[in-house]
Design a binder for this molecule. Sequence first.
Ligand code: S3P
Length: 171
Amino acid sequence: MKKVYLVGFMGCGKSAIGKRLSFATRLPFYDMDSEIEKRVGMPIPEIFEKYGEAYFREQETEFLRSFRDEYCIIATGGGVPMKRENRELMRRSGLVFYLNAPFRDIWRRISTDRNRPIVQRSTRNELETLYNERIPHYLRVAHFKVETENRKLRQVTDYLAFQVKRFKGNS
Ligand code: S3P
């Protein structure tokens, strides 16, 4: 295993946990959305607006195909595991953790976020439907499902760090 991928719905804590995990494991942290923004040269909402969602989805796959070959932690965008190629690329190159949070917690965190085009264009019900539709894909790609409800970031991070060290030791 080389890369540690954090997958899950928007607002499940991938970035917050990824940064802490990076500190705990001393592996560099990358946020896929930020890397795509850097590559394309504009913020995600603008990419969606100017080039469309399909283009953004291609950028996600391109990132997985070409991102540097090093031990690192990657917080993926919430839609990444929907594509089979993406799932295969992640499973082949690393260890995948699905961070699960109940929809009501997610909604509380993301409902007012203007930087997430999917949230901007959807109602609460539509987002909940999407959340439910995506769960099987997250489960399919993940080596581990991690419940975050009622757990402190620190507890979740400690668990992930333990697993990462175990796998790193074996590879
Ligand atoms: C998306 C999630 C976002 C970002 C884009 C689309 C999605 O990432 O990639 O807005 O389809 O769920 P986060 O999960 O980091 O918010």
